[in-house]
Design a protein around this ligand. Sequence first.
Ligand code: ZN
Ligand code: ZN
Length: 247
Amino acid sequence: MKWQKIKNFIENLIYPNKIKCMFCGDELNGKNSNETCTNCMETLPFIRRACLRCGVSLPDEDEGNVCIHCKKLNYFFDFARAPLDYTGRVITAVHNLKYDNAKYLITGMVDYMSDCYAAWDIKPDMVCAVPSHINRLKERGYNQAELLAEEFCARFNLTLLPLCLKVKETASQATLSFKDRRENLTDCFKINPDHRASVKGKNILIIDDVVTTCSTVNEVAKVLKHAGANKIYVLSFAHTPIPTDED
Ligand SMILES: [Zn+2]
Ligand SMILES: [Zn+2]
């Protein structure tokens, strides 16, 4: 752990990314927050009005408190929230982290997640990141959800545990239809036998980078609930908006 901190310190000296905007790379001044320049901050797709259940951005014309999916579906988690819509520059940032090793983005991303979390009046007993399959982990070298969860837990003094394991490789959710996404994920997670006992009766926060349709986080929540978890919350950096014309 100590070595990791020294390594981060040295990396920051060599690559002082903190003085640049995490979205456009422009230089920052002392007044900027969340590693974001004034221009990006003004144009970011913040979720202003979230579905009370899944946290997706509610369209202006929707006057209710829950989205069209949450009216029909019942999730295993209690509620999910994200600070940003998964659109435009937010997509680019996530892709850079996921596929281009841009780990310097973690701090800024967790700044946004922390702002979102600060509005909650709950404190989870423990945190788990949405796990990657071991083959994916070998190929990429890291799980971006876990990196976000590590930084988040360090800030809030929360315990991060590998409560779930991904035991089945799945096709990328982005390429599948809504129905196929659910089937794709069936039985792909299981409880980590080492932590089964610690889940019982606990309130757990699941962290992911992006929530697309809630199918993935719902599968993780299902596994945790079946192992006896009490409340389950979900926090991500971004949430895909509901498409305007159903496709
Ligand atoms: Zn910028
Ligand atoms: Zn919803």
